[in-house]
Design a protein around this ligand. Structure first.
Ligand SMILES: [Zn+2]
Ligand SMILES: [Zn+2]
Length: 324
């Protein structure tokens, strides 16, 4: 069962997915990948029968290189709605598509060791899945993400990504939309294009750049050492990136992953691809990637106020990354 309930005070949606409490967990008591659970890893080749059927794959001869299937324990689903029949609060059916993308057949391969070619193929798989999900009715927003390591929420150590197509606009996207709209109305320009221009001028928070992309620590990042990778050209959705841009993205992305991993041995982190929502005015949004190292935790003040205390000033974080 999957149901979404709206918080009556914040207007934020919460997904309730009671089927997920039984999902397997392959990390024991350490951050390290378990080497000995290969036989039962559902993401390894020859264990495909332990997962739902393949919906998309990249083959290399008889074997798959990248495999996409529906999540065994979806947080949202196209079926099984159970209403709570409560008319005082707002709730909707937790409709959506929740897919897993296994990006390597090798059980213990870390993404930082992928070749450029594998990343280009992987990003093209994302583009195909975005196009597919955008073509489905009732899908409003598509979140591509990777939980790298147990502290980032990964439950299975074999490298993989997730794609969730959801039927609502989450508060985060709603706020982004407002900021993009407001800036456009005031200046006729894109707020993210202006951020990129400003950051390149002042240099303080830039980590690296190539012809097509820039990586930086955002001015008011809520989490320590947060990184954004932003295309220099105004691109509203990932499928609009051209071949040269995809290759440049792979090179800056790989480089940033290595720099993030230099923060701490075995560090957990999340990667989020921020897409244009379907109901955004066409072309208004500016696509980008967020990388969020898991350092520290939400403490009482953050829990009470939703106001984050970040002990690392972004200019320092950028300087640290630049030296790596
Ligand atoms: Zn495996
Ligand atoms: Zn822009």
């Amino acid at each position: 069962m999957s149901q979404m309930r709206k918080d009556i005070f914040s207007g934020e949606w919460v997904i309730f997915a009671s089927n997920r409490k039984d999902k397997p967990y392959s990390y024991k008591h350490s951050n390290k990948i378990e080497e000995n659970d290969k036989n039962i890893c559902p993401f390894c080749p020859k264990n495909e029968n332990l997962t739902p059927p393949t919906v998309y794959e990249i083959k290399n001869g008889d074997n798959w290189e990248i495999r996409v299937f529906e999540n065994m324990y979806p947080a949202i689903s196209p079926t099984d709605y159970e209403s709570d029949n409560d008319n005082f609060y707002e709730s909707i059916y937790g409709y959506g598509i929740h897919e897993i993308v296994v990006d390597t057949p090798e059980h213990t391969m870390d993404m930082s060791n992928f070749s450029n070619e594998r990343f280009v193929k992987l990003f093209k798989v994302f583009i195909e899945r975005i196009k597919f999900m955008r073509s489905q009715n009732n899908i409003e927003y598509i979140q591509i993400f990777k939980n790298n390591g147990p502290l980032a929420g990964a439950s299975i150590s074999h490298s993989h990504w997730q794609i969730m197509g959801i039927s609502i606009l989450a508060k985060e996207q709603e706020r982004m939309l407002e900021a993009f709209k407001e800036h456009k109305n005031k200046t006729q320009r894109c707020i993210m294009c202006d951020i990129v221009k400003h950051e390149i001028e002042v240099k303080k928070r830039i980590i690296s750049q190539n012809d097509f992309f820039v990586s930086l620590v955002p001015y008011a990042s809520r989490q320590s050492f947060e990184v954004w990778i932003i295309p220099k050209r105004h691109v509203s959705t990932m499928p609009l990136l051209n071949q040269n841009e995809l290759e440049a993205l792979v090179s800056i992305f790989r480089d940033m992953i290595k720099r993030v991993q230099s923060l701490r041995d075995g560090i957990s982190f999340n990667v989020c691809f921020q897409e244009e929502a379907k109901s955004f005015p066409n072309g208004l949004f500016h696509w980008y990637i967020k990388i969020l190292p898991r350092i520290g935790t939400l403490a009482g003040f953050e829990q009470g106020t939703r106001c984050f205390i970040n002990p690392v000033i972004p200019e320092f974080a950028a300087e640290f990354y630049r030296k790596k």
